[in-house]
Design a protein around this ligand. Sequence first.
Ligand SMILES: [Zn+2]
Ligand SMILES: [Zn+2]
Length: 190
Amino acid sequence: MNDLHFSCDCKEVTAIAKTIGRRRFNRVICYCRDCRSFAQHLGRDDILDAAGGTYLTQMPPALFEITKGHENLACLRLRSKGMYRWYTTCCNTPIANSIPGLPFVGVFDHNIESNLREIENKIGPVLGAVHRRHATGEVSVTLRKKAEATLILGVLFKLLRWKLSGLTAPNAFHPTKTKALKKPDVLHKK
Ligand SMILES: [Zn+2]
Ligand SMILES: [Zn+2]
């Protein structure tokens, strides 16, 4: 099958993404402080690139399904209004980011079981880098080719298309608009 397979480092948690067309995926590297703090809080600097970025594949929720290990999933929010950030308690692997009501999940590429060539064949290349000004080092020239504004507009356009295509639900992390799969811990209460 063409599906993409995901697993945490110890393989207790597994998931799949149904790869129905490349346009259903948006691959970016995020250099924002929050994505970095999340990885660092879990002691997972190893998933960051040399400039402190995280590789994320964003997709509509309906394509992403957790196939095993729900009991090992936990949720963290850096602030009370922050994104929902999902990780595993079995091996501290960051899994994904989500926002209730928004038609996307951003899955950490670290968990994809395929090699780079397979990933690119199935869902396309990394399109570029966002939040570059917060990078902790030099962002590579290839990643700087596409303007951030273009990338962000592209994401917004995709979000709209995913919503209009009815791919907002089911959402593995948010069974309903007001209910999360696990109650998040809030790191900074203010
Ligand atoms: Zn694990
Ligand atoms: Zn980020």
